[in-house]
Write a protein that binds this ligand. Structure first.
Ligand code: TYD
Ligand code: MG
Length: 454
């Protein structure tokens, strides 16, 4: 048997390689592969050589009471956590540098401390005095939480083991330094080792641990995507720098629904919760203008209305621009192709700009119809009726497919004063009046109904 004494890992994407190479096959980055000592040799040569300890097996039912979740009274945070903080859970909060992670987690620590949890916030990036100053500015000084400033993992674990808090926040995982791993802080090997130790500690001692992680430009937690697999819950804190809105999104949650969002607004005094995001995202809408379509979406369990904005202009470029913010650009290309092929509406020679108002991100396929609507409205220079919302998935044939959660979408639209909805023909709607529904079979029909062509 070949004995492997070392392994190679890409520091950019975390992919494992058998041997060193100048370029990582997985992500294409150059000079990112480093040699690492393996984490463990496993059972070794021949399973009989060293016997393991036998583990206790148990049934599915038990008399232990269900662990109570702790509610922070920050409703937006509790929702994203799936109804509160689960004791002993490991959570990763990722986001761009400067988006507000430290602010959010300092507020979260204070909120949990105020409801009686023993909360500890350990910063590897700022001195305690700096954190204290920020806490004062956020009006949190009276919260019974404690601060630490440390990057040495061994010291942090020893401290947490003595203190046994209910919640430990580590800001950030990239600053941690595990002295048993020979690699620089922030490297894949260090981050993986530190996250592994902290997650193991969380499970063993029943301490909820929140790890903060900086994300690289392409949206991966810098280096180690491995951390995502280790933790129970992965939350992303996102938003556009120029906008004050911030969205906390659960992309993985072992204790609740994924794709749940919490909406916050960055103010001079920290993050304020936004209880009605639809009203906020639509607040900038003025007179009806061409290129604007209101999408009735669902984020997690909550309906959220957003405005999709398009601009279509003659292009001077050989390959016209397709600039997309807040939507999946592959999806947008598909919709443009369907409009061209099935409805005979060319976009060649035209620059297309698309975005979601307010810095929101929309990933649902149900947004297809609103995207097509915004594109057509911009191209034909004809505004939508301002009282209409749209949703529906577009198939490659141009047909509209029904989507889930229709009652929720329509109720939210009605609540915000919309009186008309444009939806797929096959969509079943039960028990809703007060909103008139226009049913559309396919994209050609849609063009014909709304833009008098097709
Ligand atoms: P921070 O929480 O330090 O970001 P991260 O930890 O994700 O790097 O937030 C930094 C930004 O937030 C900074 O540019 C200033 C802004 N901010 C406010 O607008 N209001 C506030 O009350 C605070 C504390 C920060
Ligand atoms: Mg920070």
């Amino acid at each position: 048997m070949v004995k492997s004494s070392s392994a190679f890992t890409c520091t950019a994407c975390g992919a494992a390689h058998k041997k060193w190479a100048g370029r990582c096959d997985a992500c294409g980055a150059w000079n990112t592969i480093i040699e690492e000592a393996p984490l463990s040799r496993g059972p070794g040569r021949g399973l009989g050589a060293a016997k393991g300890r036998s583990i206790a097996l148990a049934g599915l039912t038990s008399d232990e009471p269900a662990l109570p979740r702790a509610q922070s009274r920050m409703a937006e945070l509790d929702r994203v956590l799936g109804g509160g903080l689960v004791p002993g859970s490991a959570i990763l909060v990722g986001g761009d540098p400067g988006i507000g992670k430290s602010t959010l987690l300092l507020q979260a620590a204070a909120a949990f401390a105020r409801v009686g949890l023993n909360a500890v916030y350990i910063s590897g990036e700022e001195a305690s005095a700096q954190v204290r100053m920020r806490a004062r500015r956020l009006g949190l000084s009276d919260a019974p939480m404690r601060l630490g400033a440390e990057t040495n993992l061994r010291d942090i674990l020893t401290t947490l083991d003595q203190e046994r808090p209910d919640l430990a926040i580590i800001d950030s995982v990239q600053t941690l330094w595990a002295d048993h791993v020979e690699a620089a802080p922030g490297s894949v090997a260090q981050v993986r080792a530190a996250a592994h130790e902290l997650v193991t500690f969380a499970k063993r001692r029943g301490v909820a641990v929140i790890l903060v992680g900086h994300v690289t430009k392409d949206g991966q937690i810098a280096g180690p995507r491995v951390v995502e697999h280790m933790v129970d819950t992965v939350l992303y804190f996102e938003g556009e720098r120029g906008h004050q809105f911030r969205i906390l999104r659960s992309v993985k949650n072992r204790f609740g629904p994924a794709d749940e969002i919490g909406v916050f607004e960055m103010t001079g005094a920290g993050l304020a919760e936004v209880a009605n995001p639809s009203a906020l995202f639509l607040s900038e809408r003025g007179q009806p203008v061409p290129g604007s379509a209101v999408f009735a979406g669902i984020e997690g369990t909550r309906p959220v209305l957003t405005e999709i904005q398009a601009l279509v202009a003659p292009s001077t470029l050989a390959s016209p621009r397709r600039t997309v913010v807040g939507l999946d650009s592959g999806r947008v290309s598909t919709i443009i192709a369907v409009l061209e092929a099935r409805c005979g509406i060319p976009f060649a020679g035209l620059d297309v700009f698309l975005n979601v108002a307010g810095g929101m991100r929309v990933n649902e396929p149900a947004a297809d119809l609103a995207i097509a609507g915004a594109l057509l409205s911009a191209r034909e220079d004809s505004a939508f009726p301002p009282e209409a919302v749209l949703f529906g998935e577009i198939s490659l044939s141009g047909a509209l497919r029904p989507v889930a959660g229709v009652e929720n979408r329509l109720k939210e639209a009605q609540k915000l004063g919309f009186s008309q909805a444009i939806i797929p023909e096959g969509q079943k709607v039960e028990g809703l009046d007060g909103i008139s529904v226009m049913r559309i079979a396919d994209l050609t029909g849609f063009v014909g109904e709304l833009f008098g062509a097709g």
